[in-house]
Design a binder for this molecule. Structure first.
Ligand code: PSU
Ligand code: MN
Length: 304
């Protein structure tokens, strides 16, 4: 796959000089947020990573290449072009053979990051087992990727559009550690609580880096989830968001939404129903994750 990679100058420079790098996904830009908030978020997040001592590597597919590090105009294209495909592991062969533009999900971003030797990746939330997944079999490829690919994903947990309990059970089955950053509870994206625990609580960045290093030193394949709760001041009440998620799920059922459309549909519906409040929270938590990810990347780099 390496022959299909195209690095930005900034990322190439970071690789040549062994600087700490943080991977970022493009699905959150193309399918997770509306314009122009998506492009503002994408630029801000890259800058936060630089401000915290690491180099951002936003990953997406275009012109038959896996682009690792995007130019300003690429970023703009991912934010505005309505025909950008959503690309997870199974979509990669076609997106590269067709030369079409594709936004990378968590799973696809992890694959790209691993190819480039990037160990840390910051995003908003991971995909998981959907509610009624026992009937629909709708389980995100992100989970399997976490078991296979050696990249740690810093996120604010996952949205309760998913079945959080089953998502965590599945990650346990797959052997994926879930580290709670200064929390005992797995966060539910918009809210700091979910009613579910993490594998281990860690209060310091050094502990996180040590755990990750140990996992990979042991030769244990796969990544880890670094669960970083949304900042208190941006959090939305769990019950308030639960009500809205119920409505969004009902709407999805009525409209017969299925397959890879489910997650983008629910994200857009929740945003609409909260009148943008969820979008604000979403942006805040991604920035918060970028900051933590950069710190872990720096720590991993110095400890190596
Ligand atoms: N959850 C969010 N925001 C997102 C996504 C998930 O809160 O933008 C995106 C991520 O790119 C994730 C993908 O990898 O949705 C999962 O999609 P699916 O459920 O189709 O695997
Ligand atoms: Mn799915």
């Amino acid at each position: 796959m390496r022959e299909f990679i195209s690095y930005s100058e900034e990322v190439q420079h970071a690789l040549d000089h062994q600087l700490p790098i943080v991977a970022l996904e493009t699905t959150i830009i193309s399918h997770g947020m509306p314009y122009p908030q998506n492009i503002e978020m994408a630029r801000d997040v890259e800058q936060i990573i630089r401000d915290n001592g690491a180099v951002p590597a936003t990953i997406g597919f275009s012109q038959g290449k896996i682009k690792i590090g995007l130019s300003a105009s690429d970023l703009e294209e991912f934010a505005t072009n309505q025909s950008v495909a959503k690309v997870s592991r199974r979509d990669i062969p076609y997106i590269l053979s067709s030369g079409r533009m594709g936004a990378a999900t968590v799973a696809a971003t992890m694959m790209g990051a691993q190819l480039a030797g990037i160990k840390i990746f910051a995003t908003g939330g991971i995909g998981g087992v959907h509610r009624e997944g026992e009937i629909t079999w709708d389980v995100s490829a992100d989970l399997i990727e976490l078991a296979e690919t050696n990249v740690a994903v810093v996120c604010a947990g996952c949205k309760s559009i998913l079945d959080i309990g089953r998502t965590l059970e599945y990650l346990e089955t797959l052997g994926v550690p879930i580290a709670g950053y200064q929390t005992d509870e797995f966060p539910a994206f918009f809210s700091r609580q979910s009613g579910h625990g993490v594998t281990f609580r860690m209060n310091h960045v050094e502990e996180m880096a040590k755990m990750l290093q140990m996992k990979w030193r042991l030769g244990m394949k796969g990544g880890a989830v670094i669960a970083n709760p949304i900042p208190e001041e941006n959090a939305i009440d769990y019950n308030e968001i639960e009500e809205i998620i119920h409505q969004a799920l009902q709407e999805a059922k009525i409209q017969g939404i299925g397959g890879k459309q489910v997650t983008p549909f629910l994200l857009a519906k929740v945003k609409e129903l909260t009148e943008g409040k969820s979008l604000e929270a979403n942006i805040a938590l991604v920035k918060n994750n970028a900051k933590l990810a950069a710190k872990i990347a720096v720590e991993l780099n110095t400890a190596e």
